[in-house]
Ligand binder design. Structure first.
Ligand code: PHE
Length: 352
């Protein structure tokens, strides 16, 4: 019996040397340590041995079992190490490499510009008034002193909503943020018709025009309107406010320029230029060599508009301006095509 155990141990250890992978190891375990292995047969035969033989054979059988189990564990550990080494080589997994970045969202460049404008005007005491994008002819044009058939309407061709409104007052998409002037004034003057409160607001938002789309013109775009009304407001206040705005927005040394212009709802009216913040006024490709960038229109609120808003033009004066935030973003970031803004191309958006 002891001789047989010696053979069992010897055969087991020898066979184990040939094992190369986990599957072969499991097969080895079944053959040499499994329920019907030669070793287990010895264990189950112990009862049939004599009293003298039984402890000797039993002890020896246990030794063999321990030896085989230890060799098995050893082999299993070695195989696991080898498998890990191999997979590291094959898969080239480097656990010290940084993990994959979770893509972080960001604000659209236009949103960034708008928020900057709110911040600057907020510091100057202006509050945001949000007005509707779907308007009617009356608010978009008539109350702003563009009567039906007025030639200035040609500058702002629009979109009509079919079946809405009446023939002399169709529903349209607003062509500028200026109709919000009337809505804000009416809302405020209704609170105290005999003594309406002063106004100092900005009106941001989308406007729509039926435009030939080019790199400079889109059918939808943002505007930022400003409106200030009170007793004794003058053109100097308008100039001072916009000059201060330009310095806060573009830098302390930014100069500004006003050129006479025309809008039906302001009188007098002006175009508002800032010194080119790319070249500092020397002249470059962005300002086309002039040293100045056109930023928006402005003027003193027309008496007819004040009256339409519920403000007595004998007692109140005011100024208004309209800025093009997208144009500012384009100038700043050297964006050469306005169509990029609403195309939602990540290659564009990820640059901001
Ligand atoms: N609403 C004008 C436009 O869109 C801009 C403007 C606003 C001009 C306020 C003067 C005062 O062209």
């Amino acid at each position: 019996m002891l001789e047989k155990l010696k053979d069992i141990e010897h055969a087991g250890l020898e066979a184990l040397q040939a094992v190369q992978d986990e599957a072969a190891l499991e097969a080895w375990r079944v053959t040499h340590l499994g329920r019907s292995s030669d070793l287990m047969v010895v264990f189950s035969g112990l009862g049939g041995l004599s009293k003298e033989e039984r402890p000797v054979v039993g002890q020896r059988a246990n030794e063999v079992k321990n030896a085989l189990e230890a060799a098995f564990a050893d082999k299993a550990g070695g195989l696991r190490q080898a498998a890990l080494k191999k997979s590291l080589e094959v898969e080239q997994l480097d656990v010290t490499l940084p993990g994959r970045k979770i893509p972080a969202g960001r604000l659209h460049p236009e949103t960034q510009t708008m928020r900057e404008l709110y911040h600057v005007f907020g510091e100057m005491g202006f509050q945001v008034y949000r007005s509707r994008e779907v308007e009617n002819d009356e608010f978009n044009f008539q109350l702003l002193n563009f009567p039906v058939g007025h030639p200035a309407r040609d500058m702002q061709d629009t979109y009509f909503i079919e079946g809405g409104g009446s023939s002399d007052n169709p529903i349209i998409l607003r062509t500028h943020t200026s109709p919000g002037q009337i809505r804000a004034m009416r809302w405020l003057s209704a609170m105290a018709p005999d003594n309406p409160p002063p106004v100092r607001i900005i009106l941001p938002g989308m406007c729509y025009r039926f435009e030939q789309v080019t790199n400079r013109h889109e059918t939808q775009f943002d505007q930022l309107e400003g409106l200030a009304i009170g007793p004794g407001i003058t053109f100097s206040d308008l100039k001072g406010t916009l000059a201060d705005f330009a310095r806060r927005m573009f830098g302390q040394n930014t100069r500004t320029r006003f050129r006479a212009s025309y809008f039906p709802f302001t009188e007098p009216s002006a175009e508002f230029d800032v010194e080119c913040f790319i070249c500092g006024g020397k002249g470059c490709a962005v300002c086309k060599g002039t040293g100045w960038l056109e930023i928006g229109g402005c003027g003193m609120v027309h008496p007819v508009v004040l009256k339409n808003g519920g403000y007595d033009p004998e007692r109140y004066t005011g100024f208004a301006f309209g800025l093009g935030p997208q144009r500012m973003a384009m100038l700043r970031h050297h964006i050469d095509d306005i169509r990029y803004f609403w195309q939602n191309d990540l290659r564009f958006l990820e640059q901001f």
